[in-house]
Design a protein around this ligand. Structure first.
Ligand SMILES: NC(=O)C1=CN([C@@H]2O[C@H](COP(=O)(O)OP(=O)(O)OC[C@H]3O[C@@H](n4cnc5c(N)ncnc54)[C@H](O)[C@@H]3O)[C@@H](O)[C@H]2O)C=CC1
Ligand SMILES: O=CC(=O)O
Length: 254
């Protein structure tokens, strides 16, 4: 007898929270490795006081409100749905793209990511990496997001064409990026370290004691249910599994 379960979605993970940090803390840049002081007041203070700009101008140049922003979510699954709920509470307007329209939500659905990007200020990538979503975020999507648009990726690096993202950021063709994941981890394009409109974290969205404790309980709960012939807590249908072609897997391991 065999069955397949998952440790998500029922736990609320810090993945659901990280996007706000990545949006709100747009600049200054946080380094990928070595800088654990993501929230360090000292870091902000030094940046602000070292700036040639008068303090109010520095602060205004480096901050923006979340309320009122039009947020587009790519992949309204477990994490995307939680991200949407939280951002709604901040006063954002939510729209989304997913494989199909979800009858249970009232957010505007865009069948094409380019159209979604053209109609939002912040685009948050929350979808699975599959053959279909590999480099889904390409030049067309980034161009549609535009010079004031911010992209946030907390899903998987290869969903964004990273070369194109770096080019758009360097040339000011998009407004900023918040990145928890990268196309060739642990390598991060060096250009990103020099940009002050990029916030980065080391693929650590899920790492808190609470999330791991919730995951542990879920694994144990599924095992107990399985061996007691009870319904599984989080069964997975094989039909829902992303399809990975040999081509995608080869490109990821190269
Ligand atoms: N940064 C981190 O530490 C973590 C990252 N993740 C990533 O986040 C992803 C999402 O996680 P969950 O929400 O739990 O998964 P989920 O399976 O609940 O949601 C994935 C969503 O992606 C959508 N999707 C699939 N193909 C699509 C396409 N072609 N176009 C648009 N949408 C598409 C699906 O419709 C689904 O709504 C995971 O696949 C994983 O890669 C997950 C946990 C931690
Ligand atoms: O990226 C992390 C995960 O749990 O998936």
């Amino acid at each position: 007898m065999a069955a397949q379960t998952q440790t998500e979605p029922p736990v609320t993970s810090p993945n659901d929270d990280l996007p706000y940090v990545l949006i709100l803390k747009k600049p200054p840049t946080f380094h990928y490795f070595g800088d654990h002081s993501f929230d360090s007041p000292k870091y902000h203070l030094l940046k602000a006081y070292e700036s040639p700009l008068p303090l109010p101008q520095f602060l205004l140049a480096h901050a923006q409100s979340l309320g009122g922003k039009r947020v587009g979510i790519v992949g309204l699954g477990s994490i995307g749905t939680e991200v949407a709920k939280r951002l709604e509470a901040f006063g954002c307007t939510i729209s989304y793209n997913s494989r199909k329209k979800k009858p249970c939500v009232s957010y505007t659905f865009y069948p094409h990511v380019v159209e979604l990007a053209a109609n939002c200020d912040v685009l948050i990538i929350c979808c699975a990496l599959t053959d279909e979503t590999y480099h889904l975020i390409d030049n067309k999507v980034l161009t549609a997001l535009g010079e004031n648009g911010v992209i946030v990726n907390i899903a998987r690096g290869p969903i964004i064409d990273e070369k194109e993202l770096v080019r758009c950021l360097v040339q000011g063709e998009i407004g900023g990026a918040g990145l928890d994941v990268f196309e060739h981890e642990p390598d991060v394009p060096t250009e990103l370290f020099g940009l002050d409109n990029v916030v980065m974290s080391p693929h650590n969205a899920v790492f808190t004691n609470e999330t791991f404790e919730d995951r542990r309980k879920l694994v144990v709960g599924n095992l107990e249910a399985f061996f007691s012939n009870e319904p599984l807590l989080t069964p997975v249908s094989l039909d829902d599994q992303p399809h990975f072609s040999g081509e995608l897997l080869a490109s990821l391991s190269s």
